[in-house]
Design a protein around this ligand. Structure first.
Ligand code: 5AD
Ligand code: SF4
Length: 558
């Protein structure tokens, strides 16, 4: 398989980005190489998202384009991974015969074998000189609802656990650049069943990874130079590992069973000795992997935030003061139709409690909160929407993702509540909320002027990279990298190579760099050419001088 090349494109969320990275690592271990050109690949893989219909439409149109590619190259293997594969099942292959391989998000450990089989079959059929219409090599691994049967839960978690572990055993970066920032999964799946959401069906039931595995993975990433870790879960703060009932993978160090929670924090009184809570986990990672200078986590569920978590964040300097806590709506009636499990009052109480505990602008650590809102959920009236506007005004998010409700097959909402809000109303509510949020983001940016922050330096800013005159694809090539493509855009991963590229293509004395505050605000600042190589990955103090949109502009203090 040595010389086969793969084009892997990722749609959707951070969980998908991590899945793609792990899958790419496995395939690279097997000798596959990566390319950024679908038309030059032997295998084209799309890691898909089903959360909204437009994410799926992009994939349908990519698959449509591949028909022509495949006519020219009948040996081409096309794979659909992730939530669309799980949701559409065999129907997807019927609708798009161009697809050879389908693999749901809970079956990704099986992907290398599926691809291997499909590549061999197609090649042997092409060699046998069959007409293109008769060449077929279908492979699929889907959970098909098994994920929700408790008897199979442990086994599903167990085999998938190897996928995450394989990365910690052999950290491969298919991008080929020095990495500073990494995702670590702590929870798979979701049990919340919000009525609009496909995730509990596509990613299956919630499974919490053993804390020893998570800590070890963080440690290994830190050993390779990673300085920022983002813990991932659909409801990350719901993490809770019961040591007695859990499946552990043989050969790993045992978790710290019943380890006492040190420090002066109040531990969740309901958690017994044999339970690791989310607060325990955060604290353990912070204490045991001190070379990770930034520890963050997404996405949080508003109802599960105990004071124990807030206290750990407050007392651990390397845990970021940044919370992504979607409210989804500001109307109690809509929240109840969404089955969100909290009221507007409870959400407000949480935001208030979090700010009381964590908002410390005087030491350069204001608490930044971001949110998600869905507009145009079925039956949403002007009054409901006005309540959402008021929640957004009160919450003062640093940023907020605003989505138009998209009915998803298989969810409760699509079956029980007709999608009765016309698209033009959804669009106008979306735009109205966006401009309100932009104003708030702008105000929050301006509040930072004159303050000083520790920022984690990433590398040359997008502006500096553009100034090289290279397109983003060419910039990648110049970096010698092969990349995972995210949403059709070649994402430039910051690395020392990026610095070299910028220095090579510019004679200026100063280079614009970007970094992020602990609250996840982007800061742009100039650095002297001579210092540029030293800076990525380090934490430096910056004073903010102005702000524009979502960016702050400042200067290095030392
Ligand atoms: N329609 C619109 N937005 C949705 N989200 C999830 N499902 C839907 C849907 N059917 C949004 C929610 C969630 C984010 C990841 O996507 O706001 O927090
Ligand atoms: Fe979907 Fe709700 Fe689970 Fe988030 S918490 S993944 S919105 S079901």
């Amino acid at each position: 398989m040595g010389s086969r090349t793969i084009y892997l494109e990722t749609f959707g969320c951070q969980m998908n980005e991590l899945d793609s990275e792990l899958v790419a690592g496995q395939l690279a271990n097997l000798g596959y190489r990566f390319t950024d050109r679908a038309d030059r690949a032997d295998v084209v893989l799309y890691n898909t998202c089903s959360v909204r219909e437009n994410a799926e439409q992009k994939v349908w149109s990519r698959l449509g384009d591949l028909k022509k590619t495949k006519a020219v190259n009948p040996g081409l293997v096309v794979g659909v991974l992730g939530c669309m594969a799980e949701r559409d099942g065999a129907g997807l292959m019927d609708r798009m015969p161009v697809v050879d391989v389908m693999c749901g998000p809970s079956e990704l450990d099986k992907l290398p074998a599926l691809i291997d089989n499909a590549v061999r079959t197609r090649e042997s059929l092409v060699t046998a000189d069959l007409p293109a219409s008769e060449i077929s090599a279908k492979e699929s691994a889907l959970q098909g609802g098994a994920s929700r049967r408790s008897g199979t839960l442990a086994a599903a978690g167990d085999s998938l656990e190897y996928l995450d572990l394989s990365r910690s055993v052999s950290p491969i970066d298919p991008v080929g650049s020095a990495r500073r920032s990494a995702y670590v999964r702590i929870t798979r799946g979701c049990n919340k069943f919000c009525t609009y959401c496909v995730v509990p069906f596509t990613r299956g039931a919630e499974i919490h990874r053993p804390p020893a595995h998570i800590i070890e993975e963080c440690q290994r990433l830190a050993d390779t130079g990673v300085t920022e870790i983002t813990l991932l879960g659909q409801t990350v703060n719901h993490y809770r590992f019961e040591h007695d009932s859990a499946v552990e993978v043989d050969g790993m160090t045992q978790p710290q069973k019943g380890r006492a929670f040190r420090g002066g924090h109040r531990r969740d009184p309901l958690a017994g000795d044999r339970v690791t809570t989310f607060a325990d986990l955060l604290y353990e990672i912070h204490e045991r992997v001190p070379s990770v200078s930034r520890l963050r986590f997404v996405t949080s569920y508003p109802r599960d935030f105990g004071d124990d978590v807030l206290e750990v964040i407050r007392d651990c300097p390397r845990i970021c003061r940044y919370l992504h806590v979607p409210a989804q709506s500001g109307s109690d009636r809509i929240l109840s139709l969404m089955n969100r499990g909290y009221s507007v009052g409870e959400y407000d109480e949480f935001v208030h409690r979090a700010r009381e505990a964590l908002d410390q602008p005087e030491i350069g650590r204001p608490l930044m909160i971001s949110g998600d809102i869905i507009v145009g959920f079925p039956t949403e009236t002007d009054e409901d929407f006005a309540e959402t506007v008021s929640l957004v005004e009160r919450s003062r998010y640093k940023s907020c993702f605003i989505f138009k409700y998209s009915p998803r097959p298989g969810t409760v909402a699509i079956d029980k509540i007709p999608d009765d809000i016309p698209d033009d109303i959804k669009r106008s509510r979306n735009n109205a909320l966006l401009s309100i949020q932009n104003r708030i983001s702008d105000e929050i940016g301006r509040e930072q002027i004159g303050r000083t922050f520790d920022i984690l330096i990433e590398g040359p800013s997008q502006r500096a990279l553009k100034a090289t005159g290279l397109s983003s694809r060419d910039a990648h090539r110049a970096l010698g990298g092969v990349q995972l493509t995210i949403g059709g855009e070649s994402a430039i991963r910051q690395s020392s190579d990026a610095v070299s590229m910028v220095l090579e293509h510019s004679d200026d004395d100063m280079v614009q760099f970007s970094g992020r505050t602990d609250g996840d605000q982007i800061v742009l600042f100039d650095v002297a050419r001579d210092d540029a190589r030293e800076l990525p990955g380090s934490i430096r103090r910056v004073r903010i001088e102005r702000s524009s949109g979502l960016s702050l502009f400042g200067s290095l203090l030392d």
